[in-house]
Design a binder for this molecule. Structure first.
Ligand SMILES: Cc1cc2nc3c(=O)[nH]c(=O)nc-3n(C[C@H](O)[C@H](O)[C@H](O)COP(=O)(O)OP(=O)(O)OC[C@H]3O[C@@H](n4cnc5c(N)ncnc54)[C@H](O)[C@@H]3O)c2cc1C
Length: 415
């Protein structure tokens, strides 16, 4: 850890955690630039139609609400218990935050970070040496016109999330035969069924995956059935049980437990769903008429013909942009090693029960480089915004060199 106060902080990604980290840094007087490849909270916008399962108070910081309220006396923050959609979260909190005086001139939208390295050093130079950590980082960015630029920073905080890199749907995590040539035709996210009724209503959809995204997709499809009674779903899960979701005992996040219970019930009882547990996709092919032929292997080996394929099989971090840095990564989750080890050592399946982040677990082998937010969890999908806010608070005790620092306690919105 460098002992001098760093001057310039580059934050990669203007999602919820990037914005909150930038705000914290600005309150402390650091010079900050957020590089965001799209618009503010770009990824949240792409799941804007989805209702969040944690209440607003868990997804926002008192510092953020204070910053927005201080600027706009008419601002009415969502209530602590409000369960917002992604769009509401973005419009009622993240956009005003990004446009607040403290951040507005410090966020460069439409600026994608392509790569970063340590000035004057290659990846394999000066391993763990103080002369490596004494020099700034150099970042290569590209804007929407295709213009490339270099930037420098003393500290880099990567908050670029994982949403931009879906995993493959084939067996063992590798692509199914034919997947690579049809990637553009596969939906890897959660469709807005209200907007895409013609694609899914009265059609046969193959759904792959058994996480919260798959549960959300299945619930969305079930809502289409009332208007489009011929809608059908074949749901393929690796898990061999008829009820793919194990309930979290006394789950404090009521919406989350409702979601998984609904998905379990649909898997067992709904006429429009054919659930194939213990199975995976071996091969896929799309005909010129637009129909899919899917070969399924495992407990329910068969050929399926369908109109649409939705693969909610998780995401992975983009480590390619960090490939010139010296980061010790977990070989399982691809997250930074110390944090990954802490998460792996916890057997908790509930993200709320994860051990609390300590500043020490955020240190990487590349001094002054940090991963926060959903990317810091790598392939582990347990990340919650509340954990990201804890990460920010812990990290700035290190960056500012003040063990007791906690702006979330000391700065509160006016009543
Ligand atoms: C459908 C859905 C619902 C969820 N609901 C909840 C919930 O209710 N409660 C909860 O706590 N969590 C929830 N999560 C999990 C998690 O909190 C969110 O994914 C959250 O958006 C993560 O925030 P983040 O800032 O880490 O990453 P993101 O929101 O993914 O933000 C990353 C940002 O980085 C930008 N970016 C990416 N690559 C680059 C690059 N190379 N250069 C520049 N910018 C880049 C992206 O455009 C994006 O704006 C949900 C997730 C999903 C997908």
């Amino acid at each position: 850890m460098s002992s001098e106060t760093p001057k310039k902080i580059a934050i990669l990604g203007g999602g919820p955690i990037g914005l909150e980290a930038a705000l914290y840094a600005r309150f402390l007087g650091f010079e900050v630039t957020v590089f965001e490849q799209g618009k503010i909270a770009n990824n949240v916008a792409s799941w804007g139609h989805v209702k969040m399962f944690s209440p607003f108070a868990m997804n926002s910081s008192p510092l953020g609400v204070a910053a927005v309220s201080a600027q706009d006396t008419q601002y009415s923050a969502p209530s602590a218990n409000d369960l917002l959609t992604g769009d509401e979260f973005r419009e009622r909190y993240l956009l005003p935050l990004g446009e607040s005086d403290l951040l507005v001139d410090h966020v460069q939208t439409q600026t994608r970070v392509l790569s970063l390295g340590r000035q004057g050093f290659l990846k394999n130079d000066a391993v763990g040496q103080p002369n490596r950590s004494a020099v700034p980082f150099r970042l290569l960015t590209v804007d929407s016109d295709g213009s490339e630029s270099f930037h420098h920073a003393d500290v880099v905080i990567d908050c670029t999330g994982t949403w931009n890199q879906p995993r493959q749907l084939g067996p063992s995590g590798i692509p199914a035969i034919g997947e690579r040539s049809t990637t553009e035709e596969i939906e890897y996210r959660i469709p807005d069924f209200q907007q895409q009724e013609s694609l899914y209503g009265n059609r046969h959809t193959l759904l792959v995956g058994s996480g919260y995204s798959a549960a959300t997709t299945l619930t969305g499809l079930s809502e289409l059935v009332t208007r489009y009674p011929e809608t059908r779903v074949t749901w393929v899960t690796r898990d061999g049980t008829a009820r793919p979701f194990s309930p979290i005992p006394e789950d404090p996040l009521v919406e989350r437990s409702k979601l998984t219970e609904t998905a379990n019930q649909l898997a067992q009882d709904a006429n429009f769903v054919r659930h194939l547990p213990g199975s995976s996709i071996k091969a896929m092919q799309k005909s010129i008429t637009g129909n899919w032929k899917i070969e399924i292997e495992g407990s329910h080996e068969q050929l399926v013909e369908c109109d649409q394929v939705i693969a909610n099989v998780g995401f992975k971090p983009n480590m390619e942009m960090l490939s010139e840095l010296q980061i010790h990564q977990c070989y399982a989750s691809e997250g930074p090693m110390k944090l990954a080890a802490m998460l792996l050592s916890s057997s908790a399946t509930d993200c709320l029960q994860q051990p609390k982040t300590q500043a020490e677990t955020l240190m990487t082998t590349e001094v002054d480089f940090y991963l926060l937010g959903s990317k810091s969890y790598g392939r582990n999908s347990q990340f919650l915004l509340a954990s990201g806010l804890t990460q920010i608070r812990e990290l700035f005790t290190v960056i500012a060199g003040r063990d007791e620092l906690n702006l979330y306690d000391t700065i509160q919105p006016s009543p």
